[in-house]
Design a protein around this ligand. Sequence first.
Ligand code: URP
Ligand code: ZN
Ligand code: ZN
Length: 465
Amino acid sequence: MSVLIKNGTIITAVDEYKADIYIEGERISAIGENLSMKAEKVIDAAGKFVLPGGVDQHVHYSFDYKGEKVRGFETTNAAIAGGTTTVIEFVNQEPGKGIAETIEEYDRIEAAPQAMADYSFHGVICDPSDKVFEEIKSLPDKGISTVKLFMAYKGLPFHSNDESIFKALKASKDAGVTVMVHAENADVIDVLQNECLGKGQTEPYYHAVSRPVTAEVEATQRAIHLASLAGAPIYIVHVTARKVMESIREAYNGGIGVYAETCTQYLVLDKEDLAKPNFEGAKYVCSPPLRTKEDQEVLWEAVDKGWLNAVSSDHCGFNWKEQKHMGINDFTNIPNGCPGVQDRLAILWTYGVEKGRISRQKLVDLFATTPAKVNGLDHRKGHIGIGLDADIVIYDPDHTSTISNETSLHGVDFNIYEGFQQIGKIDQVLLRGNMVLKDGKYVGKQGQGRFIPGMPFGLCYGDKK
Ligand code: URP
Ligand code: ZN
Ligand code: ZN
């Protein structure tokens, strides 16, 4: 199949220019003005922006919180509808099994048959042992170049202590595997949660009260010190607040290889959403919790200046009625996490670009290019360039709508961005040259998504091909 996209304005992380794109098979084979190749399909993108498909490096399609499971890969069409053509899933290592073994099984049974977007994996260390730390060294051979450890969630099977984090960092560095951490002090949170519950403070708002910024700052700084001791880089996921970002910026400026993302919800929502009546606040329970409006502005500045490197969704498809209600009498039982993979581009465009907080190039960088690089996928993803996968979003800027769960493909019963304005519309999406979204409607099929191996850091671009 050959496709010619004509007359569009291409946006990359570094520039913006009018050009045509010629796609042969699954890859981009030419970019230039007035291309005259014959193509089986011609798309007129006049008046529209042409962006690389998004890479969402932080999604959960297998997450289990106290027995409540999120919607799975059968909802990955929501990613496509949101302009994200690659998702990177956190797979919790099963007790007694290896990281790669767990991932291979999950891929075979859940991901490969159902995926509608391309995908890769982070291995989450849940059952640490010398064998598992040894295994890290061979993960890149299986296309896994990232592992994650949770410093938070005391008592849950995926919580890790400092010993595991330090050992993982030491094992990872020579293998080119990036260690990611969820940085919150689990013990402090446990004490504060029990204090709240002891005082009868059971409502969703106390989720935020019991997880103060300082618990995130402390864990972030500890993780950075552990990385520095191990001589390894570290990636901090879902940064929420000024003081956390400042700890990261200071360490980076001091020469430590610390990188970090924030997530869409921390840019536009705040902890007062947790105080919504009639248990509506439970919809906004995610960890770390939503912070303040001041933190939102700091995070926008941080992503613009490059102090934080990516914006992910931390997508978690829990239902409000049956699942979030588990915590109706105790906020610690509310499943943590919010849906949002479909809304990342809309929020970045409307509240970032249109509000003058970030440029269109910066949007592409945060949405696609840097997450592809961080996860070793830039040999195929995250950029519009010759030889790369033809993952393309055609964005119509002359359109305004309102975000609503009615048009969401998340497969859950609420949307945390309900009623938010969306300027522009994701008109068409190509996944490796195949049309998967047409006139805003999903037209792909299950099983169309492919596993994309993540390359270890330290290889130059040419080596990765
Ligand atoms: O609340 C959240 N973020 N849930 C998903 C798991 C995690 O902590 O990333
Ligand atoms: Zn987390
Ligand atoms: Zn997460």
